[in-house]
Design a protein around this ligand. Sequence first.
Ligand SMILES: Nc1ncnc2c1ncn2[C@@H]1O[C@H](COP(=O)(O)OP(=O)(O)O)[C@@H](O)[C@H]1O
Ligand SMILES: [Mg+2]
Length: 428
Amino acid sequence: MKVEVEAGKTLLVDGPASVDLLSGKAEVLAAPIKRGNRIVVRHGKRLPFEIKSNATFEIMLGEGASYEEVEGSTIPENWVKAVNEIISEAKSNTPLTVMIMGEVDSGKTSFCTYLANVAIREKLRVAVIDGDLGQSDIGPPSTIGYSILNKCVKDLFDVDADNACFIGLTSPGTATTKVIEGLSKLKEEVERKEAQLIIINTDGWVEGEDAASYKLRLVETLKPHIVVGLQQSDELLHILSGIGNAKVYTVDSPSAIKKRDREKRKILRELSYKKYLRGAKIQSFLISWINLEGTLLGKGITPSRERMRQIESILGVKPWYCEETQKTLIIVLGRNKWVPEENLKKLEEAIKKRIKVFREGEESGLIVSLKDINGRFLGIGILQGIDYRRRAIKIYTPVEKGIHTVRIGQVKLDREGKELGVCTVFTE
Ligand SMILES: Nc1ncnc2c1ncn2[C@@H]1O[C@H](COP(=O)(O)OP(=O)(O)O)[C@@H](O)[C@H]1O
Ligand SMILES: [Mg+2]
């Protein structure tokens, strides 16, 4: 349908929808819209089209999509002020690092996008590092990624990651150190690439003391010059008040935000996994040919026959497969096999090693990441199964070439990108 909107207004479009600008001028978060470029608004997303001169759009709405016109801009005035100050600072003090904080759906991604676009229009070399594991914009969910932008973007989801670091989980609670280390590594990388403005987005975990100490560790390690906190009232106060060495801007969480419930956020993640699994097929690798990370499997040796007999007699069942490292014995049982707890204890005492028990097939569905020989992120995949006897793994992935390392994560997915849960037995 055709929609005409006057200059000075904003057209808010809730996806799934596609929007074509037929005439006039409009911007999305400071990114100018070109005529003839169809813009896709994803399910669960809202894009604000700020009308700069009377405009006509062709809009197609998918199921549950809608649009509305509002007066003026939906970008808060204190965003504009903070962004202008950050840009002038970045021009004289490069590289300038800015970290964005705020709870889930506070406008973090939109603020990053707006800041990046204004900076690009001011000819700055901008890098966005996306530290939001759960609602990743750059790179698949469960990773943190970055991109050096060379043109304005309406949606950071549209840019490819230049590199990413796989965490394997979609919430940071049990992976804070990994996230902090990953972000530091990515920050060093964008510094080497001579970014002038480095924008670091963070996850929405802000409530409570643990979240605060994690966010403060992030600030201490990554040393941003500026922290921007997006809040409606004072939900970030306990974090922002503890920041010593960075300049802090507190800005509004826009009133035009459309909150997404847990289910919507899950659907958004599914869409994203799907994007990164497009074209996937099943491939097999011998464990000895690749570097398997994130698990003890493949790192040990097969116990001798005599040792196997000892294990079997104490356990009371014949394991499907065993592997032994210096400190751990990995036991893989058949699908429906079970060992009494006391037998495991006895075995632990007898061999003086930690014991890890998996069941055959339990690994299937785990998300994996694939890296090349230089540690560069190539993409994700889904572990389909381990053939313990042949020491081979099967992975469903679109990555075809240059696979050197496979890292096993903890999220379980089906091939459609649906999250089936979290499984920790495999991880080291
Ligand atoms: N100024 C704004 N005007 C209109 N919609 C907005 C604005 N800021 C954010 N939104 C929309 O609200 C939703 C949540 O914002 P987002 O930036 O993704 O938050 P976060 O990254 O903190 O989860 C998104 O669909 C986004 O497009
Ligand atoms: Mg976001």
